[in-house]
Design a protein around this ligand. Sequence first.
Ligand SMILES: Nc1ncnc2c1ncn2[C@@H]1O[C@H](COP(=O)(O)OP(=O)(O)OP(=O)(O)O)[C@@H](O)[C@H]1O
Ligand SMILES: [Mg+2]
Length: 235
Amino acid sequence: MAMLEVKDLNVYYGMIHALHDVSFSVEEGEVVALIGANGAGKTTTLHTITGLLQAKSGSVVFEGHDITRKPGHAIVRLGMSHVPEGRRVFANLTVAENLRMGAYTRPKSEMAASLKEVYEWFPRLEERRNQAAGTLSGGEQQMLAMGRAMMAKPRILLMDEPSMGLSPLFVGEIFKIIEKVSSAGTTVLLVEQNAKKALSIADRAYVLETGRISKSGNAKELLNDDAIKKAYLGE
Ligand SMILES: Nc1ncnc2c1ncn2[C@@H]1O[C@H](COP(=O)(O)OP(=O)(O)OP(=O)(O)O)[C@@H](O)[C@H]1O
Ligand SMILES: [Mg+2]
């Protein structure tokens, strides 16, 4: 069985049927991208997996645990961390305080070692550790959101549009870190509108179109797929 198995999810916002029988899987060690246009249902999918939204039907199984109806904090304890769309850092807290919040499920004795590890990935965060998070640039806030998620030592990291609103330089830096996190053993589910970047680092990908999975496959193959090029890569 795959590490994460999402099966036939149907999700509604009132009368709006946002996800239609969405199924996909992520194997341990993979980077899987979920790409799609605005409003396709990418964030809805992540929120349903992490327990922020309830599916009307379907299931989510993570490492053998049925997490479909589990609350978010229980899911974090199982080893799943979420880097939300728009970062959502605590603006009035410092960088270090934000990072510590990410470790609320971990033993206090491991805090220092986890902080050290995150600062190795993000030296910019260490330099700014006593700065209020609200005063960081967009790219730095993305690093902080990612660092905060890594403080929980997740087995799988779910990221919602890490490249949004960032300069190409920062996008490159963030994607390099995603690759490093992956090499260090964390499985990654990456939601992106920036299909080109996402497909360039992913192993496999799924395309979400108005709430339905319309295509899936090897990421490198999808990069060369004519329909994908036309619809998502601007080629
Ligand atoms: N709270 C809500 N209430 C009602 N409809 C919603 C709500 N949140 C999302 N939707 C609708 O569900 C659909 C999917 O939205 P979702 O945010 O999942 O898309 P997305 O793929 O993440 O888009 P984007 O790339 O713009 O972030 C959209 O049609 C959206 O309008
Ligand atoms: Mg979204």
